[in-house]
Ligand binder design. Structure first.
Ligand code: NDP
Ligand code: PHD
Length: 345
């Protein structure tokens, strides 16, 4: 089955990654690219400041960028990927859903809404059926599915492994986040070179709330948040891609460093085209994972972990993932594959 797809915000940092993933995708065919009014009417080549180290596929370079409006997207598009600034997403995503489009969104608006599923397919695919509640409540033919924040996505698969085996009680995390997370015009070179910035607006709150929703349970009517405590501290550093995180996970049951590592290495992946064969790559070397060396594992979809150490209440470890692949575009594409597998498109 070929699914015709559109990308909202196709010229941005995440939008370009979406194009890169959709072009060779076995089941998806790109049919529409949207951006702001200032890009509408231009060819994709003219509108996008292409920053990926592989050329823009020729046929996509010549596509016309249209305004981000449901009337501008062909009716035979089955699936929309959204990578808009969240203020724009909050306005237009519901309009697309109301017009009948199924939307897999990477933008942060609505992630904690009770009738919006927030999903990492390898972690909580069962939450997808929140869409039934959403359709009942909102009367949409379309649907809105979200993937989480890129820093949250990095730590949640390792936490899922620990929670299944030892039950998490408290999590503390400190991040070292790449500049691509802020988008192309997010931080200037004068701000970040020879520097680190110990503040990323709203990021800590997202990690603290989204992780509890992802590891929560869905009873068929609502998602109950996990009752663990989560405290986050977020920092921007001068890497291009790849968020590295130091995590302290307290558990109800005793856990050794070796057992924690083994539990993570054994967390299964799933059978979707964009899922990596190994979901969590566990390193024995204490200095791994590192952004430059490990962000591209599993085509940027593998999470890596290492540096395991027992603490008084649980275990400490480091983890890493590619923020624009596993943390953004890859996450949305994987959610699109899940929607197709479950018959939502
Ligand atoms: N970068 C990352 O690692 C991650 C980003 N995200 C989220 O993904 C979303 C996109 O981020 P990113 O790609 O980095 O952002 P960019 O700023 O790089 O791209 C934004 C995109 O949205 C379009 N756009 C901007 N304003 C409007 C508007 N008023 N109407 C229609 N389209 C508009 C832009 O078009 P134009 O080119 O015409 O301006 C561009 O295509 C954000 O919500 C971000 O928080 C989430 C996880 C990770
Ligand atoms: N804030 C993240 C990226 C991002 O845009 O996250 P969100 O999808 O939650 O808005 C970062 O700076 O690395």
């Amino acid at each position: 089955m070929t699914v015709r797809v559109g990308v909202l915000g196709a010229t941005g940092a995440v939008g370009q990654r979406l194009i890169q993933l959709i072009d060779p995708h076995p089941d998806f065919e790109l049919a529409a690219v949207t951006a702001s009014e200032s890009s509408a009417g231009k060819s994709y080549r003219e509108a996008a400041k292409w920053r990926i180290d592989a050329p823009i596929p020729d046929h996509i370079a010549e596509m016309e960028v249209v305004a981000t409006d449901a009337d501008e997207v062909p009716d035979d598009v089955d699936l929309i990927f959204s990578s808009l600034p969240s203020s724009v997403g909050a306005e237009v995503e519901p309009e697309f859903c109301e017009a009948g489009y199924v939307v897999s969104s990477n933008s942060s608006n609505g992630r904690m809404d009770e009738d919006v599923p927030l999903v990492i397919p390898e972690v909580n695919a069962d939450h997808l059926d929140v869409l039934e509640v959403q359709r009942d409540e909102r009367g949409w033919d379309g649907a809105l599915l979200k993937n989480p924040n890129c820093s949250t996505i990095t730590m949640v698969p390792p936490l899922k492994a620990l929670d299944e085996a030892y039950t998490l009680t408290d999590v503390t995390v400190s991040t070292l986040q790449a500049v691509s997370g802020a988008g192309y015009s997010g931080v200037t070179s004068m701000e970040i070179i020879d520097n680190a910035i110990p503040h990323i607006g709203g990021e800590e709150q997202k990690m603290e709330s989204e992780s509890r929703k992802l590891l929560g349970s869905f009873d068929g009517a609502e998602v109950h948040l996990h009752d663990m405590g989560v405290a986050a501290s977020c920092n921007r550093i001068a890497t291009i891609d790849g968020h590295l995180e130091n995590v302290w996970a307290d558990t109800a049951d005793d856990v050794t460093a070796e057992d924690a590592a083994e539990t993570m290495a054994e967390l299964p992946s799933i059978d979707l085209p964009s899922s990596p064969e190994t979901l969590i790559e566990v390193f024995e070397e204490p200095e791994r994972p590192q952004p430059r060396l490990d962000r591209s594992l599993g085509n940027g979809m593998t999470v890596s972990a290492g540096g395991f150490r027992e603490t008084d209440d649980g275990v400490q470890f480091n983890c890493l993932s590619h923020n624009t692949m596993r943390g953004a575009a890859g996450a949305s594409v994987l959610n699109g594959e899940l929607l197709a597998e479950h018959g939502y498109i």
